[in-house]
Every structure is written in C-alpha cells, then in structure tokens.
Design a protein. Structure first.
Length: 264
C-alpha cells in the first residue's frame, strides 16, 4: 500500500502529457509569462508541487536557483530523471525537497524566495486557503507569487466540446469535475484567488490564460502532431498572444495569476 496518490499517474502526467502539443504549449506560454515578472537570475525560485520540474528546470537552465518541493515520491523520481538530463551547471542550481506544500515554510526552514510558483496544484485541494497562505509567506519582500489553476467560469467548455451536453449544462454552475487524468478536480476564479493573495500581503499584478485553441481542437477530436516542430511553434505563438488578450484569455479553461509581495 502507498499514500502516494500520484504513483499510478506519474508516467501519464510527467511523460505523456508533457510530450503532447498541449504540454509544450503549457510550458512555453507560462515560461514567457513568468519572464515578464521574474527578477533576473540567479534569483531564488521555489516551485511548490513542482512535479517533474517541467516548469522550473528551464529556469534553472536560465541561471535561476531552483528549489522544487513535492510531496509525491513518484513525481520526485521523475524530477530526478529530468534533472539528470540538465547540464551539470544547471543541476547544481536545483534542490529537490520532499514536502507537502501546506507546510512549505517549515520545509524550507523559513527561507524567503524571490519567486514562488504553484502550478496545477490548487485544483486537487478542497480548500485553497492554507496553501495560498504558505505561498505568500514563502515569498520575499517584492517577491513574485505565481499560481496556475482551473478557471471556474469556463467549466462547461470541455464537456460541450466533447458533446456531453447534459454534463455541459450542469457545468455552468459547477466547481468540480473529473479531470483529464481521471482525478477529481476543483476550479477557482481570478477574483477569489486575487483576494486570497491580498490577504497574504501579495498584490495581484495580472493574469493570463493558458490553453485555448489547443483545448478546443483536442476536445473536439482533432489530433495534434507533437513531432511537427514548425506547427507546434506556430501554435505556441498564437496561444501566447491569446493568453494576454480579452476576450480570449477569459475563455481559457486554466488561468495563471501573478502577484508581488509587499515590503515586510
């Protein structure tokens, strides 16, 4: 028996999902969104629930000092595998830390970071408040807090594109669903998370969409070829532009909220 919920999902999530066009788009779009707000390297970055390091290891390559925190031994194993593929210099800038995000401050010894990331984690928690509080506490003065989670205002998009019309009708007022990995998930709103950030002394700077057109294509049955590098790059460029603009970002099933910690 194991308490690691992700033990049976690590291969599917860390390998297959990120090898898809959607996986590439997520990493590419969020990397560029982050670079608009992060201080220059070698600033310190804490990636809470960082999984296999797909988002934070590129930052280590770029010169940032990265601490990846995750409670799943299976996901940390994937992170070690990915870490071994980095150049030696980048590897030396990464620390892997087994811990629950709701105890991040204790796990990091009270260290304060120039940036705190938490991507794709809140949706698996019944109550986001304890974790958001920890994210804000772990950020240094003027530090960045970056959260990505499901968009509660677009819950009907996926079932509608999959032509599950009864589910789509019910989803307009829903906050939960069974996600693409087969695990129950919960969604938030930009306004709610912005308030939680402010409660923790972090001022919201702005928000972005993450997936739009690739979602519509995938859920409507289209097959996207990850081996077509030219097409994938063009797709990512369009998704990045859509992520910054209304009304497109409002239609994304996932949003990325960025804030900055005030002075202590």
């Amino acid at each position: 028996m194991t308490d690691d919920t992700w033990a049976s999902l690590a291969d599917q999530f860390a390998d297959k999902a990120y090898a898809s066009v959607k996986g590439y788009v997520r990493t590419y779009v969020m990397h560029h969104q982050l670079l608009e707000h992060l201080p220059p390297p070698p600033a310190s970055v804490l990636d809470v629930g960082g999984g296999a390091g797909h988002q934070s290891f590129p930052l280590a390559r770029a010169g940032y000092d990265v601490t990846l925190l995750d409670s799943s031994p299976a996901m940390l194993d994937k992170a070690r595998q990915n870490l071994a593929r980095l150049p030696a210099e980048a590897q030396r800038r990464v620390t892997l830390l087994p811990a629950d995000g709701e105890h991040a401050e204790e796990a990091t010894g009270g260290r304060r970071f120039a940036a705190v990331l938490c991507h794709g984690v809140l949706g698996y928690l019944n109550d986001p408040r304890p974790l958001v509080t920890q994210l804000c506490r772990c950020a240094a003065a003027d530090g960045v807090v970056s959260i990505m989670t499901g968009n509660a205002k677009t819950m009907a998009v996926r079932p509608a594109l999959e032509r599950r019309w009864d589910d789509a009708l019910a989803a307009f007022d829903a906050r939960t669903e069974i996600g693409v990995l087969g695990v129950p998930g919960r969604a938030d709103t930009v306004e709610e998370l912005s308030q939680l950030m402010q409660n923790g002394g972090v001022v919201p700077l702005g928000w972005y969409g993450v997936w739009l057109f690739v979602d519509w294509l995938e859920f409507s049955g289209a097959e996207l070829d990850p081996s077509d590098a030219k097409q994938v790059a063009a797709t990512a460029a369009v998704e990045l532009e859509a992520s910054r603009r209304d009304p497109y970002r409002q239609l994304s099933r996932v949003f990325h909220l960025v804030g900055r910690k005030g002075p202590n």
